[in-house]
Write a protein that binds this ligand. Structure first.
Ligand SMILES: Nc1ncnc2c1ncn2[C@@H]1O[C@H](COP(=O)(O)OP(=O)(O)OP(=O)(O)O)[C@@H](O)[C@H]1O
Ligand SMILES: [Mg+2]
Length: 369
């Protein structure tokens, strides 16, 4: 069902994005070394990855780095140890598992118990296990004329790990051609904060990365998505409400799904659009409050933009009025850059002038209420 709120796993529930599915599939089958899935929050990055890999029966190891970070507030060896172990065991449902076990059982620190794999060394040893594990996966894929994807969803959080994942990825890039590393995240955050693609000191400097960018749905797609979603429940929705909803949620599929889901549960009406904003902004406010704790200036900048002060000078003026003293350009630059890296704001060029916009209309609502 299109309005299922979980990360989509099945292509039947996944609207459009056929081009991106093809690009990702071909990228892996053609042994591209690193594939980046870029896009703002709730745009469908995780769904694209899972749907593509499941649909094409490509074996994969999937690690949700953001959820580890949320659980522990940093990325410990312990967390990686267990995430990798359980991601590996998820392959046990596949037909090739017993063959793969033959490759895994030769690794020191990995024990095979029945049909399950356990990392028997202490979590601190995960850095010793990882290269051997990836070598074994690569050998298995090579011998079986298969490919395997190693997915780090929201990979920018890997920078909170003491383990140097850039060097592990560089090792895979250089030595293990049957493994494709798939990394998702917001463009600026992933490329610059974690991968540091422009930094000659980065282990990944100069490596080629194949980018797949998920764009927001345009108005027609949003409308079509909502019609199709309601039709799955036998509902013929009124055109005016659908058009209003399509405009309101800025082509962000996560909110269209939320609106659809809520309408199915409560009955479709114009009020549900408002309710989606109210409920959605509660979710968003949790994320915002963490940011505001770092500095109230994040709040001021977002408030400024939400109220229409979208140029550098007008944002600066707004903050100066709030703080009763001028803010240094370098400090404002840092704040704007961080917000951009998090995919919360974007720069757009309008009539030769750079303007800052809040990407997500629900987040904009949350800032103002
Ligand atoms: N093409 C699609 N068709 C139908 N539903 C979709 C599609 N893409 C995403 N969704 C839905 O939108 C919501 C957000 O999707 P998903 O979690 O994959 O996005 P994301 O970019 O990974 O978001 P986040 O930043 O929260 O991790 C989910 O409810 C998912 O089911
Ligand atoms: Mg996701």
């Amino acid at each position: 069902m299109l309005f299922d709120e979980l990360v989509k796993e099945n292509i039947r529930d996944f609207y459009d994005r056929r081009r991106e599915v093809e690009l990702l599939k071909n990228g892996i089958l053609e042994c591209r070394r690193i594939i980046l899935i870029l896009g703002i929050r709730r745009i469908g990055k995780s769904s694209l990855i899972k749907v593509t890999l499941n649909h094409n029966k490509i074996p994969y190891i999937y690690i949700d780095v953001r959820s580890i970070y949320r659980q522990y507030n940093y990325i410990s060896s312990y967390a990686i140890h267990y995430a990798l172990e359980s991601a590996l065991n998820r392959l046990s449902k596949s037909s090739f598992w017993s063959k793969l076990l033959d490759y895994l059982k030769n690794i020191r620190g990995v024990s095979v118990m029945g049909v399950e794999v356990r990392f028997s060394e202490s979590p601190q040893k995960i850095t010793v296990i990882m290269p051997q594990l990836f070598n074994a996966l690569n050998d298995w894929a090579s011998d079986n004329k298969s490919k395997i994807a190693l997915v780090f969803d929201e990979a920018q959080y890997l920078r909170y790990s003491k383990i140097n994942f850039r060097s592990i990825i560089a090792y895979i890039y250089d030595n293990l051609p049957y493994i494709t590393v798939v990394l998702s995240g917001s463009e600026v955050g992933l490329l610059h904060d974690f991968l540091r693609v422009n930094d000659p000191r980065s282990e990944l400097y100069g490596r080629y990365m194949y980018e797949i960018v998920l764009k927001r749905f345009n108005r027609e797609q949003s409308i079509d998505f909502l019609y199709k979603g309601f039709q799955e429940y036998g509902i013929e929705p009124p055109t005016d409400i659908i058009e209003e909803a399509a405009s309101a949620f800025g082509g962000i599929v996560g909110w269209l799904v939320y609106f659809g889901r809520l309408s199915i549960d409560k009955g479709l009406s114009r009020e549900v659009i408002i309710e989606t904003f109210i409920k959605g902004s509660k979710l968003v406010k949790e994320e915002l409050s963490k940011l505001y704790k770092r500095s109230p200036r994040y709040r001021y900048v977002l408030e400024a933009i939400a109220q229409g002060n979208t140029t550098w000078s007008s944002i600066k003026k707004y903050i100066t009025a709030r703080e009763l003293k001028p803010i240094y350009d370098s400090a404002l630059y840092e704040i704007l850059l961080t917000l951009e890296k998090m995919g919360i704001i974007e720069k757009v060029l309008e009539k030769d002038e750079i303007k800052y916009k809040i990407v997500d209309p629900v987040l904009q609502y949350a800032v103002m209420h």
